[in-house]
Design a protein around this ligand. Structure first.
Ligand code: C5P
Length: 227
C-alpha cells in the first residue's frame, strides 16, 4: 500500500525543498504543479530527483498538437515519472502527446485530466456541458483510445472508469480529504479510505498534509487510514 500518495508541493522553491525533507521517497511521490514550476523552473525537478523522489509534473498541457508534442518531449527529457495533459484538448492533441514519448526507453507515464475535481455539476452547466459523470467517462474513453496510461479523475468516478477500461488504466485522484479536513476549493471529495475502496491507484493529497503542523505525521495517519 506504500507509495500510493502523491504530495503536491504547491509552494515556492525553498519551501518546497524544506517540505520534501519531511518525507521518504519510498513512501510517497511528489507533484510539481504550475505554481512551483513557474516560479522555480526545471532546477526544482533536478533537486527533488537528487533527493530520490519520483516526480509527477502536473502542468496539464492543453494546446495545439504540435506545441503539446514539444512540451511533452521536454518533460520527458527532464526524467519525470509522470506527466499530464487535459483530455479536452481532443484526439489529435492526445495522439501527439503519446507520439512524443515513443522514442524514450523509459518514458514517463502519460495521463489526462478528465474534469477538474474543483468543478461541480453547476459549473459544468455554465460551460455548456451536461451530465458530469458522463463527461468524465467520455474524456476517459478518448484517453483510453489514444493509448494514454490513465486519467486524473475524482474518486467517485474511479469505479466506473476501472470497470469500463480495466485495472491497468491508471486512476489518479485529487480531491482527497481525511474526515476532519477543510474542503478548501475542492468540490467532489472522498476520504483516502473511500478512494482506495473505489480503486484509485494514486491519491493526490495536498493541503491536509502540507498545511499540517507535522506533515510526516499527517502522511503516516493517512496510510494508517488506508491500510
Ligand atoms: O491541496 P489539495 O489536496 O486540494 O491539492 C490537490 C492538488 O491536485 C493541487 O495541486 C491541484 O492542482 C491538483 N489537481 C486537482 N484536480 C485535478 C487535477 C489536479 O486538484 N483534477
Amino acid at each position: 500500500m506504500d507509495n500510493k500518495v502523491i504530495i503536491p508541493l504547491d509552494l515556492e522553491y525553498s519551501a518546497a525543498i524544506d517540505m520534501a525533507k519531511n518525507f521518504n521517497p519510498e513512501h510517497c511521490k511528489l507533484k510539481i504543479g504550475s505554481q512551483l514550476f513557474t516560479s522555480s523552473g526545471p532546477k526544482i525537478i533536478k533537486e527533488l530527483d537528487l533527493m530520490g523522489f519520483d516526480i509527477f509534473l502536473d502542468l496539464k498541457f492543453h494546446d495545439i498538437p504540435n506545441t503539446v508534442y514539444e512540451a511533452i518531449s521536454s518533460a520527458a527529457d527532464l526524467g519525470v515519472w509522470m506527466v499530464n495533459v487535459h483530455a479536452s484538448g481532443g484526439k489529435k492533441m492526445l495522439e501527439a502527446a503519446k507520439e512524443a514519448l515513443k522514442n524514450y526507453e523509459t518514458p514517463p507515464l502519460l495521463i489526462a485530466v478528465t474534469i477538474l475535481t474543483s468543478l461541480s455539476q453547476e459549473d459544468l452547466y455554465q460551460l455548456g456541458l451536461d451530465d458530469l459523470s458522463l463527461q468524465v467517462l467520455k474524456l476517459a474513453n478518448l484517453s483510453y483510445e489514444c493509448e494514454l496510461d490513465g486519467v486524473v479523475c475524482a474518486s467517485t468516478d474511479t469505479a466506473a472508469i476501472k470497470e469500463r477500461f480495466g485495472n491497468k488504466f491508471i486512476t489518479v485522484t485529487p480531491g482527497i480529504r481525511p474526515n476532519e479536513s477543510n474542503l478548501n476549493d475542492q468540490s467532489r471529495v472522498s476520504t483516502p479510505k473511500q478512494a482506495i475502496k473505489n480503486g484509485s491507484d494514486y491519491l493526490v493529497i495536498g493541503r491536509p498534509i502540507t498545511g499540517s503542523n507535522d506533515p510526516a505525521e499527517a502522511l503516516k495517519n493517512i496510510y494508517k487510514e488506508i491500510l
